[in-house]
Write a protein that binds this ligand. Structure first.
Ligand code: ASP
Length: 341
């Protein structure tokens, strides 16, 4: 079997940053230097090509234009490569992995996001292991058919489904978690692939890249004592089309009449409101408690066990494609890329 061809897409992030000698702040540097810093890459049994953002970014500057750029790079190289590794800052990596999972419809090849907590040049860096194992995972195949056929995130010895992840730590090497879905693979002495959790669909149609994303959405996190003017200001935001309501526990919220009335009014005017729990694990179950029954009655959509990152992505994606209002709830509540149970 020919060597697997892997495309490394460098977008920026700590992995490729360097300390400014004068100010001590971390700044992105060019990708060629990154490869010089990891000569081990040349020992891997695959051919690697690289493409880099012209101006690598700190992922806190990530936005839909960059997502479209990543998707287009994958689209135009899809037939020439067996897998893709996206080097990305960890801060917004879960958002990017989630949104790319929606943008890449009928994906049958691995797209693995990775990054690091310490720059590649640092003595104690986690960048090398993350990068090398991501490339190995992207090269796995069975008679030429890729074993991983979805958008994933690899960090600190674990491979996760990208749209199930969340960044949980700003300091530990173990910076990500997938609270509601098992890890897809673990790296120890051997690479242990949890085949039963991988996506296995085979698609009749070729890859479709969905680039329309509508950013007229918001996230409202509830807290005890939240006031009416704040809720009203959010709901009456000009052009707001979708709102993620971060509720308590299994999808609960205050039953104060002003709150339910405000939400009900906004829904009747066409706003899509999605109920996502503030808890890091578990699911929204509207109707389980009295404090969520009214939300269900007024037409709040259940985010089930989706992360906020994946909910933001799914909302931008579905609104971008002008899903009919009567079908919106059906599509949001249905798993499209394994993002909810
Ligand atoms: N601020 C950096 C970024 O997200 C942090 C990292 O790369 O881990 O781009």
């Amino acid at each position: 079997m020919d060597k697997q061809n892997i495309l490394l897409i460098y977008t920026g992030g700590t992995i490729g940053m360097i300390k400014d000698a004068h100010t001590g702040t971390l700044k992105a540097f060019d990708f060629d230097s990154l490869l010089i810093k990891i000569p081990e890459i040349r020992l891997l049994d695959c051919s690697i090509e690289t493409v880099s953002f012209e101006e690598p970014i700190d992922s806190s500057n990530m936005n839909p234009n960059y997502w479209q750029a990543i998707a287009k790079i994958i689209e135009s190289n899809y037939n020439d490569f067996n897998g893709f590794v996206v080097l990305h800052g960890s801060d917004t990596m879960s958002y990017s992995a989630s949104v790319l999972s929606f943008m890449l419809e009928n994906l049958e090849k691995p797209v693995i996001f990775t990054g690091s907590q310490l720059p590649i040049g640092d003595l104690r860096t986690d960048a090398k292991e993350n990068l090398i194992t991501s490339i190995q995972l992207a090269s796995l195949h069975n008679n030429g058919i890729p074993i991983i056929r979805e958008v994933c995130l690899y960090f600190e010895y674990k491979l996760y489904r990208g749209n199930r992840t969340t960044k949980i730590n700003a300091e530990h090497f173990e910076a990500f978690d997938s609270p509601n879905y098992p890890t897809l693979a673990e790296s120890g002495v051997h690479l242990k692939i949890n085949h039963e959790f991988l996506r296995k669909e085979k698609f009749e149609e070729a890859l479709i890249v969905r680039t329309k994303l509508d950013t007229n959405i918001g996230v409202l996190k509830l807290f005890p004592g939240i006031s009416e003017p704040i809720v009203k200001a959010v709901l009456e935001t000009e052009n707001l089309k979708g709102l993620i309501l971060e509720s308590y526990g299994s999808g609960n919220a205050t039953t104060d009449a002003w709150f339910i009335n405000q939400l009900g009014k906004a829904i009747s005017k066409g706003l899509h409101i999605i109920n996502v729990t503030q808890c890091s694990g578990g699911s929204v179950i509207m109707g389980q408690y009295e404090t969520s029954s009214q939300l269900k009655e007024i037409g709040v959509i259940s985010g089930k066990d989706i992360t906020t990152e994946a909910a933001v992505s799914k909302l931008m994606y579905l609104i971008g494609y002008n899903i009919k209002p009567e079908e919106f709830q059906f599509y949001f509540e249905k798993p499209l890329r394994g993002e909810m149970t």
